[in-house]
Design a protein around this ligand. Sequence first.
Ligand code: GLY
Length: 318
Amino acid sequence: MRGEATKRPLMVASENGRRGLEAGMALLRQGGSALDAVEAACRVVEEDPDDQSVGVGGLPNVLGEVELDASIMDGATLQAGAVAALQGYGQAITLARRVMEETPHVLVVGRGAERLAAELGIPPQEQRTEASLLRWRERFEERGLDPTGSLRLLARALSRPLPLRDLARQPRIDTLGTVNFLALDQEGNLASAVSTSGLGWKYPGRVGDSPLIGAGNYCDNRYGAAACTGMGELAIRAGSARSLVLYLKCGLSLVDAGREALRDLLALGTTDSQYMNIVALTPAGEHAGFTTVAGKEYLFQEAGMAEPQLAARLQLEA
Ligand code: GLY
């Protein structure tokens, strides 16, 4: 954990957020808001085809379609917006923000989200890349199915659900990925954003923790912000992001609040491939990362730092 001496503004991110942090911090240093900073940071990662867990180039579902999930929360107003299972459009975090600001809703999914994107003038954009489709095909090849064969299997699966369920059944460590950004601006406002293509080879329509306020994302100026990466089903079942912030509200230190949130996750039965990570930031500028597996880190950048730094996440084992 890093802390008390921290000067505003500052940002915290998951390990894959380096380039986004640079964009977000540049905005904060010019007096930008925490909300603008987390959105801008997410957009950088969403548009990076080399990140195979977020936006363009994200890992497809079992049918070979990229479905995006994203959410954003404003710690000053406690307003939130989210989209899930969005296909054929990028800018998922911007669409989530527009759900927050331009509709009375918090979460819009699937065809509704795509319709809203079109209404708002967000251009359609292919999210699959050659690299992401190659990885998608590899999973079939590992199971002894050549790509042609796998396509035949998928065609059959459309009328017979069992084979799809079977293919989507076993999440692996390399199928997880998401980006988290938390920001504290010069005014002392907190914001949080999460964006992901979700679990690779997921069942079509599967929604993880990232777009669910309280599960993968929560933010309250009074107590703190938290966001998750990892096996979303765990954070949904434990309500992890909200729990951590609630533990802060109950008076626990940041480290103890994170430990409690991890204990709630461990009670579900985490494993090396079914793990969860949390990043957290308080209104005082303390930040920390938490994890149920060894060797995980998170990124932070404080006002006086020229570039983001990695720090170890606190691990709690079963
Ligand atoms: N944590 C991202 C997901 O499970 O979809």
